[in-house]
Unconditional design. Structure first.
Length: 165
C-alpha cells in the first residue's frame, strides 16, 4: 500500500555520512519533532536528478526555511558514498541531508518503489517530494514517470506548504 497524506512514516533505517563515516539513523529519529521537506530521486548523477531536481531544492532552501521547514533531505536507492560525493559535487553538502536507502527498504515500506530492472537500474525510488511534520506526511507529490519532475519540484512543494502548515 502506498503512503498517503496523514500517514505516519514507516520506521526504517537510512545511512547518512557522519564525521567518522557512515552512520545509521532511523526514520523516526530523522523526522521527530521537525518539519522536513523530503524529496526522493531514482538515482544520484542521473540527468533529471542532477540537472533539475536537486538544483531546484538548493535554489529554494531559503524559501523553504521561511515557510517553517527545519530541514531539507534527499533519499535515493544509492549508497551513502555516492550520495556524499554527489552532495559535494553539487554544492548540497551541509545544506541538504542525504539519506541513503541502499536496499530500498524505505522506498518499499512507503510503497514508493519503482522497478527499473528492465533498464539495468534494479529497484529504485519513485521521484517525489513530501512535507513531513513530526513524522506525519502533510504533502505528497509523486511523479508518474522518472524523467518528470514538475509535481515533485521544490517550486511546487513551496507553493503547497503555506496551505498545509
Amino acid at each position: 500500500m502506498t503512503i498517503k497524506v496523514g500517514d505516519k512514516l514507516p520506521d526504517t533505517t537510512f545511512v547518512t555520512m557522519g564525521p567518522d563515516g557512515p552512520t545509521n539513523v532511523s526514520s523516526a529519529d530523522m523526522f521527530k519533532g521537525k518539519k522536513v521537506a523530503l524529496f526522493a530521486i531514482p538515482g544520484a548523477y542521473t540527468p533529471t536528478c542532477h540537472q533539475q531536481h536537486l538544483p531546484g531544492f538548493l535554489m529554494r532552501l531559503d524559501e523553504l526555511g521561511a515557510k517553517g521547514v527545519d530541514a531539507v533531505a534527499c533519499t535515493a536507492v544509492n549508497d551513502i558514498f555516492v550520495l556524499s560525493h554527489w552532495a559535494k559535487d553539487t554544492g548540497a553538502e551541509g545544506k541538504i541531508t542525504m539519506l541513503a536507502d541502499g536496499s530500498a527498504d524505505f522506498a518499499k515500506a512507503t510503497g514508493l518503489e519503482i522497478d527499473l530492472t528492465s533498464r539495468g537500474f534494479g529497484v529504485r525510488s519513485k521521484r517525489y517530494a513530501m512535507l513531513v511534520d513530526d513524522g506525519v506526511v502533510k504533502v505528497l507529490n509523486v511523479e508518474d514517470a522518472p524523467p518528470q519532475h514538475d509535481k515533485s519540484s521544490a517550486a511546487t512543494l513551496c507553493s503547497m506548504i503555506g496551505n498545509s502548515i
